[in-house]
Design a protein around this ligand. Sequence first.
Ligand SMILES: Nc1nc(=O)c2c([nH]1)NC[C@@H]1CN(c3ccc(C(=O)N[C@@H](CCC(=O)O)C(=O)O)cc3)CN21
Ligand SMILES: CC(C)C(=O)C(=O)O
Ligand SMILES: [Mg+2]
Length: 275
Amino acid sequence: MKNTVVSFRNSKEKGKKLSVVTGYDYTTARIIDETEVEAILVGDSLGMVCLGYDSTLSVTLEDIIHHGKAVMRGVDNTLVILDMPFMSYHNTTPEAVANAGRLIKETGAHAVKLEGGVDMVEKIKAIVKAQIPVMGHLGLTPQSVNVFGGFKVQGKSEEEAKQMIKDAKALEEAGVFAIVLECVPEKLAKIVSESVSVPTIGIGSGNVCDGQVLVIQDMLNMYGDFKPKFVKTFADVGKVMREGLEAYVREVRDGTFPAKEHTFGIKDEVLEKLY
Ligand SMILES: Nc1nc(=O)c2c([nH]1)NC[C@@H]1CN(c3ccc(C(=O)N[C@@H](CCC(=O)O)C(=O)O)cc3)CN21
Ligand SMILES: CC(C)C(=O)C(=O)O
Ligand SMILES: [Mg+2]
């Protein structure tokens, strides 16, 4: 394995920026694995981009296991991190450990990620003690969408910003190997990144983080009109797919597809017996 939790964590002191993308299926995982992307996150964003829900709250442990297994079959060299879904770690610590254990045991993935700061320290410590590497997630934690009143930038007030710095330090102390910072103002993301020795992985938090993560359908422009400020289209795969599908329909309709080379033959002597 080229990319491990240990090489991932150590990238910060080497000053090497980390590139993470989400991935949810075998085909895509294989393509990602051929690149230098360091880690695939099987995010609970799969509820939105794969399953069509309008939040991540409905995603189940079984959903993450199902997609996590598919991703694992497609990778040789990429670190695979699984999101713990909403309510799989919010109740008791033993339940959180058991669910993290199921994710790792049933998929073979390398690490889990869960949302939250100081309040999650006890659970993170227990999961780490069970020998499961944990990634933290602060800022816009989408499982709290109903508390935030929408997908909104977090940490804008003095109180929220101070709390986020405390949360990051508490996560590091609890033993996380990295922290996602989602939709955090860039200057706060810089202070948070300088406050911890583990890498920060930003999404909508500026280039001051130690790495970046994007939802793959967003960066490849496959997820309709969803275009928050932090998304950049690196390739217009959505356009390429639509053009390919339209070309297919045209050729089916005018009979140019399938052509001779796509068609199987039968020996003439067999054919004669059919007439
Ligand atoms: N496809 C996809 N991409 C994501 O990045 C993503 C998901 N799904 N699902 C889970 C969460 C939800 N996310 C979101 C969703 C919307 C905004 C958004 O509309 N942001 C506004 C800023 C709002 C403000 O100013 O406070 C924007 O314009 O960027 C941000 C993050 C990020 N995550
Ligand atoms: C956007 C990333 C950080 C995530 O949690 C997800 O894809 O679910
Ligand atoms: Mg998530």
